[in-house]
Write a protein that binds this ligand. Sequence first.
Ligand code: NAD
Length: 486
Amino acid sequence: IYTVETDGVFDFKTYLNGTWTSSKEFDEIKSPIDLEVFARVPRLNYEMVDLTLQTIHNKGKWEIRDMPGEKRLEVFHKIAELLDKFRQDFVNVLVIGNGKTPSAANGEVNASIERLKRADLDVRKLYGEYVPGDWSSESLEAEAIIRREPLGVVLAITPFNYPLFDVVNKFVYSTVAGNAFVVKPASSTPVPAILFARLAELAGFPRESLAVITLPGREMDKIVQDKRVSVISFTGSTETGEHVMKVGGVKQYVMELGGGDSAIVMSDADPKASAQRIVMGVTSYSGQRCDSIKFIFAEGGVYDRLKAELVEEFKKIKVGDPRQDGVSMGPIIDSKTVDEFQFAVEDAVKKGGVILYGGKRLGPTYIEPTLIEVDKEKIKDLYLYKKEVFLSIAVLVKVNSVDEAITLSNGRRYGLDAAIFGNDINKIRKAMRLLEVGAVYINDFPRHGIGYFPFGGRKDSGIGREGIGYTIEYVTAYKTIVYNYK
Ligand code: NAD
């Protein structure tokens, strides 16, 4: 599936119509660590994707639908074994291609293996229902079976930050339900999806039921519109997601969009333990997680101690080349996002923000993890409040009460998750009820993990839920079969 060119760069093919395919044009893939090119992947043109959609629509979607369910599970288990066997290749790609630390890269491989194995739990949600007719005079002589059926072809569009897990997760819930699967990986990190397709091929997944289409996002409109695609499962920014839904028209959608979470710290919280978890939530994978903490709202009784502990925790974060020992925060995916970071820091300072830690750019793709204290009266004007800046930066705000924190948190357009630290059960219950988010984490920082618990956003953070079993609802449709006995 790849050759190593004399310049040491890997030239990949991609997987279409059951074969490994190249193209006249290539895209260069750079490492965020040093901005050096380490791979080239084919840049497909529309005609190639059109042919792929034809194959998958005419053949692939029937091949996977006709495969016995237990056989699908066997294939997933085989892929999981292969992923473990070739773990180091995937870890290397996640370190070089994404700038993850080796331990974070191993974590992503482990999560992907676990997700493949847990497909057995999705199966339960595939069952249908029986509805007796005798509750209505209109259907006294009838009864119905409600079946769940696959919708056909799922188009997955995935972001750069979990380039293996996101593909695996969407692949599992789509295909366990009997759909064919086309994935368009993020243009900056397409290699894990290509390598994954190779494992699926080796494990015996039906060849024409899977395709990896590598092309720039801006060339996706005709594919997103295409009626041969029945479901779009998109993870990425709110802006791109809105565009996809506008262009895509009437289809089924799963939309996991922008986030950036709030942490609320109550006066009775343990400042040290809360600070440790919050800083993990701010800095892990350099803050390039949809569920990363971007706002910390703390009550007066804990504020000063929490602030001091947060700064101590930030000091422990070592930024650098993730291949070096002791580095806990690697680079940011591209220098454009770091430009946005600089803009956001300047904007916060202009609005009276005080930098408590960090604030500086350390290179084209490196930043200091950053904590800025901002007055609650000013936060609604901040660029950071209005727009998700996808890296390690958090705003600390002193509030009078949990109610005030909830109002400020709900005032953002996003509603992915929130965390609440402390012990007062009444206030915790209130926050649980009133926060307009998909998930509330109590005394922990938000993390979606393998989706053992369902996750997904409200408001501009998305539509639908991902999580083992839970997404079956979006990739299948009910079919009602009515038996009339008269
Ligand atoms: P992005 O929106 O830039 O790209 C996402 C995908 O969309 C990529 O594959 C990209 O190539 C593609 N794309 C770009 N333009 C397109 C177009 N016009 N039509 C169709 N596809 C197009 O996002 P990103 O920078 O890769 O990822 C970061 C974003 O993802 C953040 O906003 C983050 O919060 C979000 N995210 C959300 C979740 C969640 O569960 N809610 C999880 C991970 C990431």
